[in-house]
Design a protein around this ligand. Structure first.
Ligand SMILES: *Cc1c(COP(=O)(O)O)cnc(C)c1O
Length: 220
């Protein structure tokens, strides 16, 4: 199957309210261009340097999403163009994003990453910490960031029941936080192996890589 066929097949199966982030990490620009020419405009990368290089080489109407763990000292490299940062997990990081956004006179959209997996290796905040962050005075002073929703990564497992529980947890966390922060609208959850389940559990933004571009050569 070709990249464009994979893409169009997935897109045609999605409900209208679900947006598709094409996760292109490790893939060459030629692969991304094939998806672009098939109409894809949202691309997700997990390394800032790689995203910066691809941004320089590709058409400027692409929306670049940073879906990986963000190191504070690298925010400055993407602040000028990044469209949505999925993995925000601390007020410290948010303050740095705000500072860099201000330098470029823009407001950067962000998602708070909630830890929903049992594994220790996954990043993210607890629901309680996310709630406290949204209520904090420090947060209210940040004028150049905009929290649009939540992101979560389920445990890497074949146990679909466990994944479903983790997705349901993210959805209920979203529903609770939305009461104190009504502008939240995005729930970013679901990848190649579980995006249908994620949509059933309330996701409206899925991050799909290998089902579009094929398997990656190394784990990322
Ligand atoms: C790599 C990655 C994906 C996509 O994974 P696939 O299984 O290839 O669809 C989604 N989200 C994040 C955060 C990733 O790092």
């Amino acid at each position: 199957m070709s990249i464009s066929k994979n893409l169009l097949e997935i897109k045609s199966s999605l409900p209208e309210h679900v947006s598709l982030v094409a996760v292109s990490k490790t893939k060459p620009v030629s692969n991304l261009m094939e998806a672009y020419n098939a109409g894809q405009r949202i691309f997700g990368e997990n390394k800032i340097q790689e995203m910066v290089e691809k941004h320089e080489q590709m058409p400027k109407d692409i929306q670049w999403h940073m879906i990986g763990h963000v190191q504070r000292n690298k925010v400055k490299y993407m602040a000028e163009f990044v469209s949505l940062i999925h993995g925000v997990d601390s007020l410290k990081l948010l303050s740095e994003i705000d500072k860099q956004a201000k330098r470029h006179d823009r407001i950067i959209d962000c998602l708070l990453q909630i830890k929903i997996a049992k594994e220790d290796s996954k990043f993210g905040m607890s629901a309680k910490d996310a709630s406290a962050l949204l209520l904090s005075e420090e947060f209210s002073e940040l004028k150049n960031i905009n929290i649009l929703g939540l992101m979560g990564m389920a445990t890497f497992t074949d146990n679909m029941k466990q994944i479903e529980n983790e997705f349901n947890f993210l959805k209920s966390t979203f529903d609770e936080l939305k009461i104190q922060c009504p502008k939240l609208k995005i729930i970013s959850m679901g990848m190649s192996g579980d995006y249908q389940l994620a949509i059933d559990c309330g996701s409206n933004m899925i991050r799909v890589g290998s089902s579009i571009f094929g398997a990656r050569n190394y784990m990322n």
